[in-house]
Ligand binder design. Structure first.
Ligand code: MN
Length: 128
């Protein structure tokens, strides 16, 4: 079964890079370029995992995460934050907002794919 991953990201270069990494591992990628369309894509399409940029043009990625995690039907979808601001307490802010995990930018292929595989497997186990 091919896992579907939603990537919410407003920077086209990051989008291209991460999509390429995910496609190379066989994942199907859905894209959203701002917070509200990301939120709506989660509700409508129910991806297996969400990669969430933090700084977005409308509502930020942490706000989207908090809203999704407040919905019992969607709270089980793993949500991983991607952010460049790794030094300023962002990890704590992400976890407080309800993110399951955290991947620092610049993203390396190895970190991305091992993180994604880990959280997909965790979510799969919770279903059984
Ligand atoms: Mn951004």
């Amino acid at each position: 079964m091919v896992a579907t991953i939603l990537y919410v990201e407003d920077n086209p270069q990051n989008m291209r890079l991460v999509r390429k990494m995910l496609n190379s591992a066989g994942y199907q990628v859905i894209e959203a370029e701002d917070g509200m369309s990301g939120y709506q894509a989660i509700i409508d399409l129910r991806p297996d995992l969400v990669l969430m940029d933090v700084n977005l043009p409308d509502i930020d990625g942490l706000e989207v995460t908090a809203r999704i995690k407040s919905l019992p039907d969607y709270a089980g979808i793993p949500m991983l934050a991607l952010t460049a601001n790794a030094m300023h307490g962002d990890r704590e802010r992400c976890l407080e907002a309800g993110c399951d995990g955290y991947i620092p930018k610049p993203v390396t292929k190895n970190e991305l794919l091992s993180g994604v595989a880990y959280y997909l497997e965790q979510a799969e186990r919770r279903k059984v």
